[in-house]
Design a protein around this ligand. Structure first.
Ligand code: SAH
Length: 356
């Protein structure tokens, strides 16, 4: 049993079953034994590999899209450049390198990283040596000024609650104890005002998911963009509306039982882009179409960029570049599974690569 499994078992024994969101929050961000806090989980040796770790082209193109937005909005003299959940800092390093030639961009930017893990903050500091970085715990701490923001595989790491429809009400899926071991159970049937609209597109026994922290985070960034200008690029897996159980646990690149090794496996859930869009619209932002990652990157010229990089390469390095291009864009790899959403002020054009 992991240390965290022992602690959770003791807690449930005294407090009773906990929500899946509480379970996920402990597994991912427990100060000592959490998945993101206790180790550096990414990269070929980690449990999963993310787009910026596959190729520099990803961060470069995102940087150019955000910098073009900044130019299109009149190049505001002081602005926040922010990333939610920067991981190892690779995307931000590529973004900053690619935007060095955009006149004025680097003198105007103030770099903020929203990161919960002390371990990862340290890693980000190493990757971003030479840049002045401010780390914050949440969106609320970002200055009230134009905000240009990127979030790759951040929202899928937020804790979710799961509800099973029972008649016109819902029973929450909870983590309790079965014969002394962690196991799933269902709470009592109760109405859920936040799920009122889901009574229209579900039937009894359907399962729906809801992240309690996604809406406040989205509202915080959308409010800043609507009030001061800016743009957000949100990249994640998921789709317009989530239906069914999308909770996934990954360890060493393979799926595992989400309750088996708390704190040692990555836990994610698909992102409900409809919620992102409706919260952003409620705060006064315009949102782009939810666009497949492959389409977004092709529109930004990833193939030309790959050709340029290929010129100096041969043998294995060249093959790795071709494989990385395919992995990021091909519909059977990350190209379709991952979606990109752009948020801008109501009157502004969507970020390059996306359509209104
Ligand atoms: N964007 C990176 C890493 C994605 S993993 C990449 O693409 O490689 C998720 C990241 O979000 C990690 O850096 C993790 O520590 C951070 N994170 C997860 N939940 C968070 C929270 N509630 N607040 C701040 N950061 C969080």
């Amino acid at each position: 049993m992991t240390v965290l499994a022992e602690q959770l078992t003791a807690r449930i024994r005294t407090e009773g079953p906990i929500s899946l969101a509480d379970y996920m929050a402990e597994c991912l961000l427990h100060p000592e034994h959490g998945y993101y806090t206790a180790q550096v989980p990414f990269g070929a040796l980690g449990d999963f590999i993310t787009a910026p770790e596959i190729s520099q082209m990803f961060g470069e193109l995102i940087g150019l899209s955000l910098a073009q937005c900044w130019l299109d909005q009149g190049a505001p003299a002081a602005f926040t450049l922010a990333e939610l959940g920067p991981g190892r800092g690779t995307l931000m390093a590529d973004l900053l390198r690619a935007t060095r030639s955009v006149p004025g961009f680097h003198t105007a930017l103030q770099l903020y990283l929203v990161e919960a893990s002390a371990q990862l903050r340290q890693q980000q500091e190493e990757t971003l040596q030479g840049y002045e970085v401010t780390w914050v715990d949440g969106i609320d701490e970002l200055p009230q000024q134009p905000l240009f923001l990127v979030a790759n595989e951040f929202f899928d790491a937020l804790p979710i609650r799961q509800f099973l429809r029972d008649g016109e009400g819902w029973r929450e899926k909870r983590v309790g104890l079965i014969d002394g071991a962690l196991g799933f159970g269902l709470g009592p049937e109760a109405p859920q005002p936040a799920l009122e609209h889901r009574l229209l597109d579900t039937k009894p026994d359907d399962l729906v998911e809801m992240s309690p922290v996604m809406a406040p985070i989205t509202a915080g960034l959308a409010q800043r963009i609507a009030a001061h200008g800016g743009a957000a690029l949100i990249i994640d897996y998921g789709d317009w509306r989530s239906l069914g159980d999308t909770l996934q646990a990954l360890k060493s690149h393979a799926p595992v039982d989400p309750l088996a090794t708390p704190g040692e496996a990555d836990l994610t859930a698909h992102v409900d882009f409809e919620v992102l869009c409706s919260v952003a619209a409620g705060a006064g932002c315009a949102h782009s179409r939810v666009t497949p990652q492959g389409v977004f990157l092709e529109r930004l010229g990833i193939t030309d960029r790959a050709r340029t990089l290929a010129k100096g390469l041969e043998g294995e390095a060249l093959e790795a570049l071709i494989a990385a291009h395919r992995r990021l864009t091909h519909p059977e790899e990350m190209g379709n599974l991952f979606k990109v959403l752009g948020l801008t002020p109501a009157e502004a054009a969507p970020p390059p690569g996306l359509n209104a």
